[in-house]
Design a protein around this ligand. Sequence first.
Ligand SMILES: [Zn+2]
Length: 371
Amino acid sequence: MTAITQDDLRALAAFQGDGHPVTSCYLDVDGSRLTRRRDVADQLARLLREGRAKADGRGSVIEDLRLIEEYVKGGIDRSRTRGLAFFSSSATQFWQVVELPVPVQNQLVVNQSPAIRQLEAILDEYEPFAVLLADRQYARLVVFDLGEIVEVRELFEQLPRGDDVMRGLDHGRVRDHVDELGHQHLRHAAKVAFDVLRDRSFGRIIIAATDDVASELEPLLHPYLRERLEARCALPVNASLDEIRSAALVVEAAVERRKERELVDRLREAAGSGNRGVAGLVPTLDALAQRRVDTLLISDNFTVAGWRCSSCRMVAAVGRTCVLCEAEMHQVDDVVEEAIEEAQLQSCRVEICAENADLDVLGGIGALLRY
Ligand SMILES: [Zn+2]
């Protein structure tokens, strides 16, 4: 599986074909819905037809489509891959395939740069996170990336059974001793989590434990981990990996929606008071052109046509002459896609919000500003 990071996305956003077209293709190969190979072949054929129409006779695009077709016909491991993203510009020998464990929406775009919007939405939705399950003698850390389990660590430190080991000690001292061992175990569990975080960064951690264990464990976490602590859930420490995965994805989606709501609330206040926030397409694209954007917020279903400057790459709602450099702009089907690319290039945070009616009311797009 090709791991994809924000850095990869930035590199894609930065790619320019020196005037040559770039073909981007997202192909859904999700085996849970597209059960027959034929289903995938039909979808591919439809996308290739669409691509040939968009190629408009350009040999480089025709070659891109041929490479994509060849790749898919070469076979895909659909037990692991549910979505594919291709970025190709044959004229400059640029070719990149991303295999994703999550489904994508079929899409074919011919443009001057790679169409990264779907990848951005996926990375945003499926941030790497960890679940730490613990009781007083067993702990498991499960790390997820793109919704899949990528690492599991286990730690078992059996507590002594009081009557065997502590013969001769009074009950109070036995209890203290067992409590101390349990506490030590939780400290070890916290250390395992921190060690894993250092090798493999994850943005969020969820604790699965009873309330009393969770309250004892949380203060033992390294401050870096405590900062990333987002939720608790009630999974038993010996839950199956499938159970952990299902429960964790539900918690993670709820956390993601909560983060989005908090950001949209901040946006509404900032835009309402005119202090470090703008809402709506034109003000947001203006802020982006002025390089003032800290966080770009977008409704996941918001799409609108617009313009992009072929010379300085400015993104605008209205064309056709660039207000920055006076060059001629070209029309684009989805100016939000261009805004996301530009935001990536400027290292802005991009938040794609699902089902957020408040953001829709604000115009489907907005930005928190650096100044
Ligand atoms: Zn320009």
